[in-house]
Ligand binder design. Structure first.
Ligand code: GLU
Length: 445
């Protein structure tokens, strides 16, 4: 790395000890920025690197709630308002026991560049809690969300900070959060949250957008090499919102998705995933992937183990951070993988990314490939601002245009910097420059 990058990275390590995922996310971006800094000394002069690593504001709060047994429970809530050079802070809320400040900072940092790549007027932020909705009753989830919003409401707003969903936060949680915000503020401020239900300000296609977008990105990347998804064997890890709609779009484009997973193991279905069944298991019953096999006897459930041992041509990690390691990358290479597209945020470890790229595998980083979700959130904000609601087809077309333009922006930037086909470099540089230029224009703030 260049000296300015080295110095700033050392400062990040010193200021945020122990936040390993945050360090990893910063490192990955910094590894791409050397040539940009050499071309643009104005960034160093205005300390853009140091400023871009330091969130504008970090909020940590207590979330007390009462469970069904009448016991008082305490969780920790977070909102990291990372960068608002391009627009109001924008990014999801994650409810998962693994959540801590370092996780939210890594996600917020990624979000800044991802949102910049969409070309839409949104800054970056992220939040959440170490609350675990799994096993909680509906009433418990509601009381938790109400308590969480009772603190969060004072920090957010249509022009300030606009949260949405992430792991553990879907339509149900957004509903309870919006209800409490509306009640406290006495305002029907639709654009304060995205991912809303269709009858109360939500947008068509938002539910599908992250998964659809990742597959559209995969299709564009293959197209640039004269190939396509048609007839390909595909693995999609995870079984949440991103995974389900990645499977749906991949199947619509003629691919055969043979496997999906959750934290207990993975399912292999050589006949191709029965998506109606998977949706029923996950979205209606809120069950585990093993339940799928009970109702589909020819499919196999493998407890534990790695989904990346299943030989496929295209891999879409859509579960969580660091789920695809160097060992997994070796398995994928043995299985004949040609493309890896990140549907989740930072699911591939740095070693695994390096190995895949050295081996000539097409690799799409999440900040480009999974940007369809947040981009469609920005479309939801547009509809809210104009008190309009668009048709499915119109919104889906907008999403397609956005994914194609993100792909092209990354590809062109990589080419400009002498590394054609390096989507990691292209995404990092294109995202960084958009934010950095806005920061320069706004002065030292
Ligand atoms: N959590 C999603 C992401 O990682 C979506 C955020 C949003 O829609 O604001 O990009």
């Amino acid at each position: 790395m260049d000296t300015a990058l080295d110095t700033t990275f050392a400062q990040v390590l010193r200021r945020s000890p122990g936040e390993v995922e945050f360090h990893q996310a910063v490192r990955e971006v910094f590894d791409s920025l050397g040539p940009v800094l050499r071309k643009n000394p104005q960034y160093a002069d205005a300390a853009v690197l140091e400023r871009i690593c330091e969130p504008e504001r970090q909020i940590i709060f207590r979330v007390p709630w009462v469970d069904d047994a009448g016991r008082v429970r305490i969780n920790r809530g977070f909102r990291v308002e990372y960068n608002s050079a391009l627009g109001p802070f924008k990014g999801g809320l994650r409810f998962h026991p693994s959540v801590n400040l370092g996780i939210i900072k890594f996600l917020g940092f990624e979000q800044v560049f991802k949102n910049a790549l969409t070309g839409m007027p949104i800054g970056g932020g992220k939040g959440g809690s170490d609350f675990d909705p799994r096993g909680c009753s509906d009433g418990e989830v509601m009381r938790f969300c109400q308590s969480f919003m009772t603190e969060l409401y004072r920090h957010i707003g249509e022009y300030t900070d606009v949260p949405a969903g992430d792991i553990g936060v879907g339509g149900r949680e957004i509903g309870y959060l919006f209800g409490q915000y509306k009640r406290i503020t006495n305002r029907y401020e639709s654009a304060v949250l995205t991912g809303k239900g269709l009858t109360w300000g939500g947008s068509l296609v938002r539910t599908e957008a992250t998964g659809y977008g990742a597959v559209l990105f995969a299709q564009e990347m293959l197209k640039a090499r004269g190939e396509s998804l048609e007839g390909r064997r595909v693995a999609v890890s995870g079984a949440g919102n991103v995974a389900i709609y990645a499977i749906e779009k991949a199947q619509a484009l003629g691919a055969r998705v043979v496997t999906f997973s959750d934290s207990s193991g993975y399912v292999v279905d050589e006949d191709g995933v029965d998506l109606d069944l998977l949706k029923d298991v996950k979205e209606v019953q809120r069950g585990r992937v093993a339940d799928y096999v009970d109702r589909r006897p020819r499919a196999e459930f493998v407890a534990g183990g790695s989904i990346w041992d299943v030989p496929v041509e295209v891999a879409l990690p859509c579960a969580t951070q660091n789920e695809l390691t160097e060992e997994d990358a070796k398995s994928l290479l043995r299985g004949g993988v040609v493309a890896v597209v990140e549907g989740a945020n930072m699911p591939t470890t740095a070693d695994a990314v390096a190995l895949l790229q050295e081996s000539g595998v097409l690799f799409a980083p999440g900040k480009a490939a999974n940007a369809g979700g947040v981009a469609t959130s920005a479309l939801e904000m547009q509809q809210n601002a104009s008190r309009d609601s668009w048709s499915f087809d119109y919104t889906a077309d907008r999403l397609t245009q956005i994914m194609v333009s993100i792909h092209d922006r990354c590809a062109q930037t990589a080419e400009e910097y002498g590394e054609p086909g390096n989507y990691v470099l292209g995404a990092n540089i294109a995202g960084f420059q958009r934010v950095a230029n806005a920061m320069l224009a706004l002065g030292i703030v």
